[in-house]
Structure formats: C-alpha cells, structure tokens
Design a protein around this ligand. Structure first.
Ligand SMILES: CC(C)(COP(=O)(O)OP(=O)(O)OC[C@H]1O[C@@H](n2cnc3c(N)ncnc32)[C@H](O)[C@@H]1OP(=O)(O)O)[C@@H](O)C(=O)NCCC(=O)NCCS
Length: 200
C-alpha cells in the first residue's frame, strides 16, 4: 500500500477498500460535511468513494485531487483524510484539504498529517500551498494558521452551496517559507506544531 508520509503518530497512505467502515465516521457526519461541497454520505456512497480513492497512485495526477487516508498508528485505523491537488506542473501551486472524524479532532492529528503531506509536496516540487475555506469554518482556518499559512484573500459570495451564498477565504504559504526543514529527511516538523496549544 503506497505510503506518502509517516510521522510519530500517523501514516498518510492510499486508502484501502477495507477502510470504508472507519471512513464512514466522517463521510457520514453532517458536522464534518457542513462546510464542504458534499452531503453526508450513505454507507454505499462512502464505500464507492473509498474504492475510488484506493485507486490513487501517489503522487496522483496533476490537476486532480489526491485524497489520502490518515491512519492512526497506535490504533491501526483511519481517522481522517488529507488531500493535495497540484494545479499544474509549471506554476506548481498545490491546494490542500482535510476531513477528520469528530472523535479524533482536537489532538493535532490534522496538523501533523497535513504537515507531513506538505513535506511530501515540497519533495514533489510544489512552489506554493494554499487552502480555501468558508470563513465560518473556524477549525479549518485555525488549522491553516497552524500550518504556517497566512491569509491572502477574501472573496465575497464566491460559492453557492448548501442552499446559500458563502464567502471564501484563501490562505497560502510558499514552500521556501516552510524553512530548512521543508525538504529535509527526518527533519523536525516544518510547521509550528509546537505552539499549537495557543490561540492558533
Ligand atoms: C478542519 C479539521 C480537520 C481540523 O481538525 P482539528 O482536530 O481541529 O485540527 P488538529 O488535528 O490540527 O488539532 C488542533 C487542535 O488540537 C489541539 N491539539 C492537541 N494536541 C495537539 C498537538 N500535539 N499538536 C497540535 N494541536 C494539538 C490544538 O490546540 C487544536 O485545538 P484548538 O483549535 O481548540 O486550539 C476538522 O475540524 C474537520 O475535519 N472539520 C470538518 C471538515 C472540513 O470542514 N474540512 C475543510 C473543508 S474547507
């Protein structure tokens, strides 16, 4: 099973079809889906999604989302997903995404897994990482800040989803701003995980 990145607590890897039972904990959750473009999944929809994701061969295809499973090593189960989409191979801009099961939120696992995915992305030659969220999605924008991203732009009523117009906030960071650790093997966390206990 292709492994994209590993940290002390998690392995970021391609999904396996057997992950569907664990993954349903977040794909079926209305709170997790609240600020996403998808609706809470039925069991069949989760299974179909996981089957589709299981076919992704890292590093994925330029212009398409590569969504990877985050396996919590100590429990041997998947607790969330992190995603990377490299928009094109000239400008090498990469969008990031994340979904975590509610009972595994609040432990820094999303920060740790995404930081590891970003280090992998730096190795692929990503020049700039960015992420987009509904500004009401505070957990997501706090995560972006923990990842060292800064707010770059605010777009009013840029999206129509879940029956209403919503704003978009864009956060970004340049690969070179991630510091010397960014490409380094066995490097310490690129990102300011250490101060994550603060206000973000
Ligand atoms: C966005 C999302 C992934 C963030 O998850 P999260 O658990 O808050 O993020 P982390 O795993 O990095 O955990 C950070 C929290 O754990 C705490 N924490 C505990 N131990 C920690 C550690 N070792 N390192 C970092 N943070 C730690 C932090 O203080 C922080 O809590 P705070 O925000 O109350 O300060 C999650 O809320 C989610 O899945 N949301 C729904 C899906 C979604 O909206 N996706 C994005 C669509 S645009």
């Amino acid at each position: 099973m292709p492994v994209v990145a590993e940290t002390d607590r998690v392995v970021v890897r391609t999904f396996r079809s057997e992950d569907a039972a664990d993954a349903h904990a977040w794909y079926a959750d209305p709170e997790v889906a609240r600020y996403t473009l998808w609706e809470p999944h039925t069991r069949e929809e989760t299974e179909a999604r996981v089957r589709r994701l299981a076919a992704i061969v890292p590093p994925g295809v330029v212009g398409e989302w590569a969504e990877y499973a985050v396996e919590l090593t100590e429990e041997g189960r998947v607790v969330g997903s992190v995603s990377l989409k490299i928009d094109d191979d000239v400008s090498r801009q990469a969008e990031l995404g994340w979904f975590f099961a509610p009972r595994y939120q609040g432990r820094g696992l999303a920060t740790e897994a995404t930081a590891a995915l970003m280090r992998y992305g730096v190795g692929l030659g990503v020049h700039r990482f960015y992420a987009v969220a509904d500004p009401r999605n505070i957990a997501s924008t706090r995560l972006m800040e923990r990842l060292g991203m800064r707010r770059e732009g605010y777009f009013r009523e840029r999206m129509f989803y879940k029956g209403e117009w919503s704003d978009d906030v864009v956060y970004g960071v340049l690969a070179r701003e991630l510091g010397g650790a960014a490409g380094g093997e066995g490097a310490p966390a690129v990102l300011p995980v250490a101060d994550a206990g603060g206000d973000g």
